[in-house]
Design a protein around this ligand. Structure first.
Ligand code: SF4
Length: 335
């Protein structure tokens, strides 16, 4: 059976106009989110993953940012073309987002109960206040908040980081959205709370068959939670595949480098992990050819001259690399 595509992003290009000039933060980005699946978007800070997510929510800062090209189809409608009023009824109701730092997403001067009830007021105005309060309490219970009656009266600063993130999850799932975008939802939390929050997202996803975009720099998080993966580098997609294929048969030198740098329990103890040498090029000064060329251990002359397009590596697996070929990499001693 073919999985239904709930979000189809194609040929996306986003520019930022800064005092230093124009920055192309996202370029040639294509991916599809399938019904009931978790798509991980991985990459270093500044690779364009959060900018892509914010564009889907139509929350990019104006007027500095501009969607120059591309579309994001949701229910056969291009999100980028929707009137503001239509977008308001989608944002938070059909497509929701959890942010990295819940303290900045929650309003510090309003109580938790008021903030939850506001969501029902906005999207379900036909409900009575009593029904909205009951629905809010139910959501808090669902996300595992102890003493939800008391928490309804508290303010964000009364709660721990993990509790605040649970509140954010309750708010983002209150309307049972089709799509949840979680942007580094566990970065600010300690390891045990991280695992609890990811479990919570996964259990909601499984129960409701919701589709999730999970943005993270942590490939371990992707391996444990995602069905499909997009690896981004310097504003472009380096590689995409289903998670099993990507971890087993990575084809892009950047993905291979990232995977090599993950510690393994099977490896020799106290060995120095390989790193990807060099830095991501500045978005203001991108090279003409492959953006990874200055760091790529197998780069050849063509890489500096020509932008690599997405090449098919098999079923639903592509890599933007002129030389993506296991045999070639083996010969070079890279894998
Ligand atoms: Fe490396 Fe060239 Fe492939 Fe870019 S196109 S990743 S520089 S081999």
């Amino acid at each position: 059976m073919v999985d239904k595509i709930v979000l189809d992003v194609s040929d996306l290009r986003i520019d930022f106009h800064t005092e230093q000039g124009k920055i192309r933060a996202v370029d040639q980005v294509d991916f599809q989110l399938k019904k009931g699946r978790i798509l991980g978007i991985a990459g270093e800070s500044g690779c364009g993953k959060s900018v892509t997510a914010l564009s889907i929510m139509r929350l990019l800062p104006k007027p500095v940012s501009r969607i120059v090209k591309g579309r994001a189809l949701y229910n056969d409608q291009n999100i980028y073309d929707l009137p503001v009023s239509d977008m308001r009824s989608i944002r938070g109701k059909k497509i929701s987002m959890i942010f990295q730092e819940p303290m900045t997403a929650l309003n510090p001067v309003h109580g938790i109960g008021k903030q939850l009830i506001e969501i029902y007021k906005l999207h379900f105005p036909g409900l009575s206040y009593r029904e909205m309060a009951a629905a809010s309490l139910k959501m808090l219970r669902k996300v595992g908040i102890p003493d939800p009656d008391k928490v309804m009266k508290k303010y964000p600063h009364h709660l721990s980081g993990g509790m605040r993130q649970r509140i954010m999850i309750a708010m983002s799932l209150a309307c049972e959205p089709d799509i949840l975008i979680a942007d580094e939802p566990t970065t600010a939390l300690d390891v045990t709370v991280q695992a609890q929050i990811l479990d919570l997202i996964r259990s909601f996803q499984a129960k409701s068959n919701m589709s999730v975009i999970l943005i993270t720099h942590d490939l371990g998080v992707i391996a444990e939670n995602c069905d499909d993966v997009v690896v981004m580098y310097a504003g472009r997609i380096a590689e995409k595949a289903d998670a099993l294929t990507l971890f087993k048969y990575p084809r892009h030198p950047y993905t291979i480098g990232l995977l090599k740098s993950i510690p393994s329990l099977a490896g020799e103890p106290k060995t120095i992990l390989p790193t990807i040498k060099g830095n991501v090029p500045s978005l203001q000064d991108m090279p003409d050819g492959c953006r990874f060329a200055s760091r790529c251990p197998v780069a050849e002359e063509i890489c500096k001259k020509k932008v690599p397009g997405q090449r098919s590596m098999g079923h639903n697996h592509t890599a933007a690399c002129h030389l993506a070929d296991t045999k070639f990499f083996e010969k070079k001693g890279f894998i």
